[in-house]
Design a protein around this ligand. Sequence first.
Ligand code: HEM
Length: 513
Amino acid sequence: MDIGIVSVVLYSVALVPIALSVAFVLLLLKTFTGKSLRSSKYPPVHGTVFGQLFYFNRLYDYQTGVAKRTTTFRILAPDQSEIYTADPRNVEHILKTNFEKYTKGEYNKDIVKDLFGEGIFAVDGEKWKKQRKVASFEFATRVLRDFSCCVFRQNSAKLVKVVEELSAASEGFDMQDLLMRCTLDSIFKVGFGVELNCLEGSSKEGRAFMKAFDEASALIYWRYADPSWKLKRLLKIGSEARLRKNIKLVDNFVHQLIRTKRNQLPAQRECNDKEDILSRFLLESEKDPETMNDKYLRDIILNFMIAGKDTSASTLSWFLYMLCKHPLVQHKIVDEIKDAIGDQASEANPYCFVERITDPVLDRMHYLHATLTETLRLYPAVPLDGRCAETDDVLPDGFHVKKADGVYYLAYSMARMHNLWGEDAEDFKPERWLKDGIFQIESPFKYVAFHAGPRICLGKDFAYRQMKIVSIALLHFFRFRLADETRPVTYKVMFTLHINNGLHLRAVPRLAT
Ligand code: HEM
């Protein structure tokens, strides 16, 4: 080889580390300058976003440790500060009192755009208002309530059948995976009028879709901790290459679904059958076809999916985990089921049994409601959430915020704060929600699992109904315990609080014993 070419190659190779070091120093300078580090007006600094990589797997517990010492603190990012708070006054301030001043922000939108697009979770202003209006109307209808309860009952009975088969095998099974499949089937039926049959495993396509969707969500979340994600996306390498592949699979599946629904719409209109949420948006789209095109509908679908599937399934997983750890609570719920359902509680056919789970039965079950709520307090499905400041501001605790700073509320950490929940804050105690056996509500700014203010979760009642129906059906038929008591159960850091590597349980049939 020509000696000149060899020298050029050697020089170039030697330059790479130098260029990387310069870029790193510039990034650090950018991160530390212009942030008023010494001013006590701003929340105290506890590291940088790069430092988060070192404790990423236990992020929420790390944040809890810091919040117990400093209720409001800052993490530095290259372009802005990320303010974290566990103070309910600040939560109320950003989510309600000063709603207009705090938005999803360009930084967050940039990160989630490839998967969430312009769905309700990712947008602000008019686009949000429009989606919220149509969806709120839909959620308030009796039709949706009755239709969804019917779907939940059917899918709960199917779940009981699947667990029955698995309980016969001696090894444990992954309950979280079953719950994810069950809630995915339910949200597909209620949201889009489609029978996915993911739970029973008959739809290979459905399962491939679910896997791609889950991987895409986790990879999108990783962007918050990976400063090189934009470069990787440009070069189509590493985590960004995997993300791209998964999003493509998800998109193909969803676009096919939209085409099918569009074709079915005229027939649905004739028989007045438009119970599902997508049909409602499709009808809306006829008024404004340019804005509400297939891409827009794809975004709506995916946003409802992430809202409806992961949140309820992961909460039910943590709920069952808690019941395994607290057998007395499991016992009390089973007693309550017997009391609420009455003399038909011995029904052995799951499809007949679920028909007994009526609205009055659900309303009578205060202890179950309290146990689900206590689960969500300690294991909030959305453990960390926040907004971006549109202007300079001052929080109720006196700390200043600069325009473009992120302000996040620590739902997971707030549950563990003694000043909010007492000395037993870390303990699992459904009783804390009951007075004379009646469920008591809390301020949504302290118990913030469902968010609060104008953007409070639209599916709260829907989620409680589903979780109650599924848990009544499961606990009526089985006693649950952990497959391996020694196996540690921890969370996976992503948008929703999944149990890392699943929840491995054994189920003992109750009626046979
Ligand atoms: C245990 C179950 C659930 C929990 C803990 C939960 C929690 C939340 C949280 C924290 C937010 C705020 C997210 C943000 O920052 O924008 C939210 C928003 C939302 N949730 Fe839920 N959710 C649950 C179930 C559901 C279900 C089943 C649905 C619908 C099928 C749903 C629909 C929505 C929608 C549409 C929004 C966006 C509201 C808006 O931006 O105006 N959620 N939820």
